[in-house]
Ligand binder design. Structure first.
Ligand code: SF4
Length: 112
């Protein structure tokens, strides 16, 4: 079983218990379907707009063994039914992650 970390939107944290993210990670479903069930080494927020804590938190989770980092559905806005809109900083966040850690880990955009 691979190890993974999830980054979620700090604004969504105020109302979401992360049940669906935790379920798909545990069961290897949703956006985890290609990697299978994972062991979570961390589940952290972006640190608030404009995602300023993402990179240090991703690096810490990699240090703790994460081979996969997933940005939650509340960040990428891919929840079926279109309930969420994407984080307005997503293009910059994607570019930064691909540049800084894209050659070390698998990055998954979305969770459920
Ligand atoms: S930067 Fe994006 S993911 Fe983070 S709190 Fe703001 S809207 Fe949410």
């Amino acid at each position: 079983m691979k190890k993974a970390g999830i980054i979620r939107c700090q604004r969504t944290e105020a109302m979401c218990p992360a049940t669906s993210c935790l379920k798909v990670a545990r069961e290897g479903k949703g956006m985890f379907k290609d990697v299978g069930p994972v062991e979570l080494v961390g589940f952290l927020t972006c640190g608030g707009c404009a995602g300023k804590e993402i990179l240090p938190r991703v690096l810490k989770m990699i240090e703790k063994g994460a081979e996969i980092i997933a940005l939650s559905s509340c960040i990428v806005g891919n929840k079926p039914g279109g309930k969420y809109y994407p984080c307005p900083f997503l293009p910059q966040i994607k570019e930064m992650l691909e540049k800084e850690v894209g050659n070390k880990i698998t990055i998954i955009y979305g969770t459920h």
